[in-house]
Ligand binder design. Structure first.
Ligand code: GMT
Length: 385
C-alpha cells in the first residue's frame, strides 16, 4: 500500500507512535509518505520505503496566525496525486483529520481512505473546546476508519462527541527487541555512585504530567530509601519543578536531564518509573519502561490502568495521592523479591500484549478492510449533523 502519515513531528507520544508505525510498515514493504512541518524526530536517517514531504507555511502580514490546516491539506493533495496514496493516516485529530478530509474533497476521489487515530488531548481537552468541537466531531465521523489508543479513549470519544460510527481500539506498542534492559554499571554509577535506587520520570513537562507530584513522591521515598531521581524531558513546568526541588532541599539527589534522544540506557538503569498524570489516554512512556523491566507507579486515570496492572506490573493510586504513591514505591524498592517479580511481569506484559508486530498487523488489517470493505463508508454530511 501507499500510505500517507501526518502527525506532529516533535517530542510527544503521538508523533512517536506515528513514526514507529511508519517504520514498521515500511519494513513490511509498504511505501510510507510522512507529511508534516518538520521531520518527525524518530525518523533518523535514510530508510528504505520512507519518504518525507515538508509542509510549507507561507506567512503574510495580514495573517496573525500561521495557516497550517490548509497548507497541510494542499500538501496531502499533492502527495496523494503524485504518489498515488491509498490511505491517509492522521495521527492526533486536530488539525490532521480536518486537513485530510479537505484533501479528500479536493481530490474528489473516494478510493483514497482516511484513517484517524485519536491519541489523547485531541479528544479529552483541546477538541472539547467550543471553538473546535463541531469540526472535531465532523472530521472524526467523516474518516473512513477511526482508532483510539485505549478503551478509555474510545468510550470518552463516543460519549463526549456522540460519535455514531465504530471506533477500533488499537493500543500503542513497543519494539521489545529494541526496548531491552541493557545493564551498564558505568552509566548506573554516574547517577548512583553509592548504589542508590534510581527512580525515573519521562515526559514533556506539561502541567497535566504533574511533575511536582513526581518530586513530592521522591521527597518521601528518599527519606526511607537511599535513592536518586532522573527527570527526562522538558516543557512548561520544568522551571517550576526545579524551583520545587530547591525549596525541598533535594536538588542534589535529582538530575534534570532535559530532552534525550536515547532513553533505553536510562530506562535500563532505573528501578521504578513514576507517572502521576492528571490525564493520560495510554501512557506510552510507561509501556517503554515496562519493556525495559521497570515497574511503574501511576495515577488511576484514563488508559493507564489498561497498561499498568495494579499489584502485578506496578501500582495505581488516585491522582495527587503522593503519600500512597510514595508508599508503593518504597514497598517495591525495599523488597527485592517483589521487585524482581514486578520487573519480569512488566516485561512479559509488554511482550505479550503490546509488541510492535502484533499491533502493526492490526493497523494493516484495518487498512485492508477499509480499502476493500464497503461496510466502512464515511457518514454523509447530513447523518453527522
Ligand atoms: O494528547 C497529548 O497530550 C499529546 C499526545 C502526544 O503527542 O504526546 O499524547 C497522547 O498520546 C500518546 C500516544 O498515543 C499517549 O501515550 C498519551 O497518553 C497521550 N497523552 C495524554 O492523553 C495526555
Amino acid at each position: 500500500m501507499n500510505i500517507g502519515i501526518t502527525c506532529y513531528p516533535t517530542y510527544g507520544g503521538s508523533g512517536v507512535v506515528a513514526s514507529e508505525l511508519g517504520k514498521s510498515l515500511a519494513e513490511r514493504g509498504h511505501k510510507i509518505h510522512f507529511i508534516s512541518y518538520a521531520m518527525p524526530f524518530r525518523l533518523d536517517g535514510f530508510r528504505e520505503n520512507i519518504y518525507y514531504h515538508e509542509v510549507e507555511i507561507s506567512s503574510y502580514p495580514l495573517f496573525d496566525f500561521p495557516l497550517y490546516t490548509p497548507a497541510l491539506a494542499s500538501k496531502i493533495v499533492e502527495v496523494a496525486r503524485f504518489e498515488k496514496l491509498d490511505i491517509i493516516h492522521a495521527h492526533y485529530a486536530i488539525p490532521h483529520a480536518i486537513s485530510a478530509y479537505l484533501a479528500k474533497q479536493i481530490l474528489g476521489d473516494n478510493s483514497i481512505k482516511i484513517v484517524t487515530t485519536l491519541h489523547g488531548t485531541d479528544i479529552t481537552l483541546v477538541g472539547l473546546e467550543p471553538s473546535y468541537l463541531p469540526v472535531m466531531k465532523f472530521s472524526i465521523e467523516q474518516s473512513d476508519g477511526v482508532t483510539a489508543v485505549s478503551r478509555f479513549l474510545k468510550e470518552k470519544t463516543l460519549t463526549s462527541y456522540q460519535i455514531k460510527k465504530p471506533i477500533s481500539v488499537i493500543p500503542n506498542f513497543v519494539d521489545c527487541s529494541k526496548y531491552v534492559r541493557v545493564t551498564d554499571d558505568h552509566v548506573r554509577r554516574q547517577f548512583a555512585p553509592n548504589n542508590e535506587k534510581i527512580l525515573i520520570h519521562i515526559s514533556n513537562f506539561r502541567p497535566l504530567k504533574r511533575v511536582g507530584d513526581v518530586i513530592r513522591i521522591f521527597n518521601i521515598v528518599r527519606q526511607k530509601v537511599k535513592s536518586k531521581l532522573l527527570l527526562v524531558g522538558d516543557g512548561p513546568d520544568r522551571s517550576i519543578a526545579e524551583q520545587l526541588a530547591r525549596e525541598l532541599g533535594i536538588v542534589e539527589d535529582i538530575k534534570f536531564l532535559g530532552k534525550q534522544a536515547e532513553i533505553i540506557p536510562l530506562l535500563s538503569i532505573a528501578d521504578l518509573f513514576l507517572i502521576p498524570s492528571q490525564s493520560e489516554s495510554f501512557g506510552l512512556s510507561a509501556l517503554e519502561a515496562m519493556a525495559c523491566e521497570v515497574p511503574v507507579v501511576a495515577s488511576s486515570v484514563g488508559g493507564l490502568p489498561e497498561v499498568v496492572i495494579h499489584g502485578t506490573t506496578g501500582f495505581i493510586s488516585e491522582i495527587g495521592d503522593v503519600e500512597r504513591m510514595a508508599k508503593y514505591s518504597v514497598e517495591l524498592l525495599t523488597n527485592e523479591t517483589k521487585h524482581k517479580m514486578f520487573a519480569s511481569a512488566s516485561r512479559k506484559r509488554a511482550v505479550e500484549e503490546f509488541e510492535v508486530h502484533g499491533i502493526v498487523s492490526q493497523y494493516e488489517n484495518l487498512y485492508e478492510k477499509i480499502l476493500d470493505d464497503k461496510t466502512y463508508p464515511p457518514m454523509t454530511i447530513a447523518e453527522s449533523q
